[in-house]
Design a protein around this ligand. Structure first.
Ligand SMILES: [Zn+2]
Ligand SMILES: [Zn+2]
Length: 336
């Protein structure tokens, strides 16, 4: 008789038969284990939600009244005949890799992850396992991130130059994770930091759980541009270039994303500047994460799945592409 895999890929999501639960399901299910609060992973309509204590506030903010349970990193919970634990994924605050152990066989569904410590999220902790489910959002060799400090210097130099020329600096970033990471990289000595409502709503949730962020002022229709000379405005990319931005007079806009590494994208999307920074692992990061798991079986989801799984196969892993409905960095959007 064929042995039932610990995790399998179904039309509702990643399923564990031993515990009768799903991980980040994309269709409504009775019991969902959620890696993190981005919209493509934490969806509406499940009977119950299990996520880390640090991820729950954002999930509840987004989804409203839900039946949910919190778990600490490293805590082991028995569900059916499966042992389940959550481990830091370093992606956004509260994000987790979910480890599932059944009769000694270890699977890890890593959700979204990055290797570099961003100073905001609990840093990525590799988990030994037999089967590893990995994203490949940036699974091409061209994607190599510079250290966060170097990007922070570029960002602050750009803002300082804008302020010096009497221009407002408009910075586009997704509201959960990226925006707060950028806030902690900015030098508040340069000028006031104004935020779009979607960014500020997420800031409020994260501050409420004890995460320290610099002072920000939410932009409203009453905000006086003259009283905010040299300001930086942090907003979702979709809000850049809209009517309210024009009230601020001369300005420059920039967009912060891993996609800025691609020249064509930079030209189309970046406005005046592009800063290459991502909450997903780059090519070396993906490979080092996979090596550290010691896993022989790799399941590749979102992004450059074909290229990445072919590379793994050619280098000695058993790799396959699995169908999921997760988005990439563009799906991580707008908090509501
Ligand atoms: Zn994500
Ligand atoms: Zn994702």
């Amino acid at each position: 008789m064929a042995h039932t895999p610990v995790l399998s890929f179904t039309d509702h999501g990643i399923y564990c038969a031993a515990g009768d639960f799903y991980i980040d399901p994309w269709r409504p299910v009775a019991r969902a284990l959620i890696t993190h609060g981005h919209a493509d992973h934490a969806r509406w309509g499940h009977g119950s939600y299990l996520a880390t204590h640090q991820a729950l506030p954002v999930i509840q903010h987004r989804l409203g009244e839900i039946a949910c349970q919190g778990i600490s990193y490293g805590e082991v919970l028995r569900i059916g005949t499966a042992e389940v634990s959550f481990h830091p994924a370093g992606h956004v605050p509260g994000s987790a890799q979910i480890k599932v152990v059944v009769e000694g066989e270890i699977w890890v569904a890593s959700g979204d992850y990055k290797i570099e410590d961003d100073g905001l999220s609990d840093p990525f902790e590799p988990q030994k396992c037999h089967h590893f489910i990995t994203e490949s959002t940036f699974g091409l060799p061209v994607f190599r991130w510079r250290p966060q400090d170097a990007v922070a210097d570029d960002l602050n130099n750009w803002w300082r130059k804008c302020a010096g020329e009497g221009k407002t600096a408009f910075l586009g970033a997704y509201s959960l994770g990226k925006a707060q990471r950028l806030l902690r990289m900015l030098d508040p000595g340069i000028g006031p930091i104004l935020t779009h409502g979607a960014v500020e709503a997420t800031n409020a949730v994260l501050r409420g759980q004890g995460i320290d962020l610099p002072t920000t002022v939410q932009l409203t229709k009453d905000t006086d541009p003259k009283a905010n000379k040299g300001a930086l405005v942090l907003a979702p990319p979709s809000a850049l270039g809209s009517a309210w931005a024009k009230r601020f007079g001369p300005g420059e806009s920039a967009f912060a994303s891993g996609w800025m590494q691609l020249r064509g994208v930079r030209r189309r999307r970046a406005g005046d500047r592009g800063f290459v920074i991502s909450d997903h692992a780059d090519w070396p990061g993906l490979l080092s994460a996979i090596r550290e798991t010691g896993a022989e079986n790799i399941y590749v989801t979102h992004g450059y799945t074909d290229v990445f799984s072919r590379y793994l196969t050619e280098n000695g892993w058993r790799a396959e592409v699995v169908p999921t409905e997760f988005g990439g960095e563009d799906a991580e959007g707008e908090a509501s």
